[in-house]
Design a binder for this molecule. Sequence first.
Ligand SMILES: [Zn+2]
Length: 149
Amino acid sequence: MENIFDDNYFMKKALMEAEIAFDKGEIPVGAVIVIDNKVIARGHNLTEMLTDVTAHAEMQAITAASNFIGGKYLHNCTLYVTLEPCQMCAGALYWSQINTIVYGARDEERGCINLQTKLHPKTILKGGIMADESALLLKRFFIERRNLN
Ligand SMILES: [Zn+2]
């Protein structure tokens, strides 16, 4: 039997979060955190609504996951996020000691890879899952916003 709980399955959930951000006029980035094929936390970018530069999707999801677990470490967790984490989120993920990070689209300019932000040595980083869908949503957001101005 085919396992439906693959990376694409959970990245779709993260994309749904990104679409919620889009509808709120936020830069559309979404995240979910998963343990044992179960989503325990969701988050989407809320920097405009909360007027808070730290309100990235990953930060929301990390806080929600810690609340769910009742502990600060996310050892057995996998984070799915539609865009490669920035330095701040990679830093927070470092402290969480998360098991795996799976991202969608690359962020060559502000992502943690090119900026060489250190992840926890135990953390596995995987990318390119539904990258086109994630990037397209971001592109659509910036085109629509440009047309409004
Ligand atoms: Zn971030």
